[in-house]
Design a protein around this ligand. Structure first.
Ligand code: AVJ
Ligand code: FE
Length: 405
């Protein structure tokens, strides 16, 4: 199959996913800012279309804009978050998306991906747009989960709904205390694959890593519950100074979507269900501060992103791709980094204020799932599908039950 045909199929799949997310959203929630840190879901829809139009129709095809009004309204730097509620009608946005798509597909059939063109070679701009839409899909999903929490807290949701996840018994039995050794030595971090990676993953470079022990599994709800029961949220000694400040100011006492309807009874709010806390599932919805405090509580630490990447490449990690895993590394450019094609994608966030997360969540779609993919958030953000996997220096490791790979 030709590259163009594969890309066309993948773009259709991603769009079908996008549109499916909106199936049960009423018009009020479509245009409402459910959380101050996130745009209305309807804004994300228009933004996906404007981004596609800009890169393919304007930058590659040389067409004039379909709508300069849309361009500025759906461009983050032009329209501050609180103004994004003034959305055009939903049907009009959907029409706009369909028109842009038609023009994009008519360009795609004739696109020359072997040409020496900075956007088209190896179809890199199409791959970027696919990943862009998929990342926004994940953001839309987390906003829908915030909506479900809002409804639950307002007493508007049915707490007898059935959990849609597979029952805990279907997850493999494992000893979650198990850590695995990754021996010292250099490895190649990042990628040189111009076609499918994003700028911040490039170039590939050698990194020397000391030996370390890493959790085979992400931290489970059961394990995190121990932290709560041990008064972890009331014990400043586990927390960084900033983390403790955040924890007390925000009065954080449990992961974001957990609720305790009766003492000792924990439930979890998901997009479509409210269900008893699934103890064997990875904990999700924690900030970097909480992840860091938990790691100290168990006598471990968070991995650097180099350690995490080396571990996943060594094949020792289980259950990756269930939750985004916090690392201790500030988002930064790799040596030799070149911004491409979109200056605003990575560069503004190389500010030593965003921590890197790795691996992907259940809401992460296929084009965003790979060992070298990097995402980043401020350390206090917990509205995302974020979890924890800890490591220890070999010298700190006391458990004799070491598993060698
Ligand atoms: C990399 C997920 C933090 O959603 O803010 C989407 C991705 N950049 N449009 C975000 C992104 C521009 C970004 N994250
Ligand atoms: Fe975007």
């Amino acid at each position: 199959m030709s590259t163009a045909i594969v890309i066309r199929q993948e773009m259709k799949k991603a769009r079908a996913n996008t549109l499916r997310l909106f199936a049960n959203i009423d018009d009020v929630d479509f245009r409402r800012q459910i959380h101050p840190d996130f745009s209305p879901v309807g804004w994300h829809l228009g933004h996906i279309g404007v981004t596609e139009s800009y890169w393919i129709l304007q930058q590659c095809k040389g067409e004039t804009s379909q709508s300069t009004l849309y361009d500025s309204f759906f461009t983050p730097t032009d329209t501050p978050k609180p103004n994004r509620i003034h959305l055009p009608p939903r049907a009009e946005i959907l029409d706009y998306l369909a028109t842009v798509r038609e023009h994009v597909f008519s360009f795609l059939v004739h696109a020359d991906f072997s040409a020496d063109h900075p956007l088209l070679q190896e179809a890199n701009i199409f791959n970027m747009l696919l990943q862009h839409e998929e990342q926004h899909n994940e953001t839309i999903l987390l906003i829908l989960r915030l909506l479900a929490m809002e409804q639950y807290d307002a007493g508007k949701s049915n707490s007898n709904q059935i959990d849609s996840f597979p029952p805990a018994a279907q997850t493999p039995p494992f000893d979650k205390s198990r850590m695995v050794l990754v021996p010292a030595g250099p490895f190649l971090m990042g990628s040189n694959h111009q076609g499918t990676t994003l700028d911040n993953e490039r170039p590939q470079h050698e990194v020397e890593v000391k030996d370390f022990m890493i959790d085979r599994y992400p931290v489970s709800n059961r394990e995190f519950l121990q932290f709560i029961l041990a008064d972890g949220y009331d014990s400043p000694h586990w927390w960084s100074v900033e983390g403790w400040q955040w924890c007390t100011q925000q009065q954080v006492m449990h992961p974001l979507s957990w609720r305790q309807p009766r003492a000792g009874e924990w439930i979890e709010i998901r997009r479509d269900t409210v269900a008893p806390l699934a103890l064997d599932r990875p904990v999700m919805g924690v900030s970097w501060y909480e992840a860091d405090a938990y790691a100290r509580y168990v006598g471990k630490r968070l991995p650097t992103e180099a350690e995490w990447e080396k571990a996943i490449l060594s094949g020792v990690l289980a259950m990756t791709g269930c939750v985004w895993e916090w690392t201790s590394t500030w988002f930064h450019p790799y040596p030799g980094f070149i911004a491409h094609p979109y200056q605003g994608y990575s560069v503004p966030y190389f500010d030593n204020q965003h921590r890197v997360l790795r691996g992907g969540s259940l809401a992460t779609q296929p084009h965003v799932r790979r060992p070298t993919f990097r995402t980043w958030y401020h350390p206090w953000v917990r509205e995302i599908f974020s979890g924890i996997r800890c490591i220890q220096n070999v010298s700190m490791y006391s458990n004799k039950d070491v598993e060698f790979q």
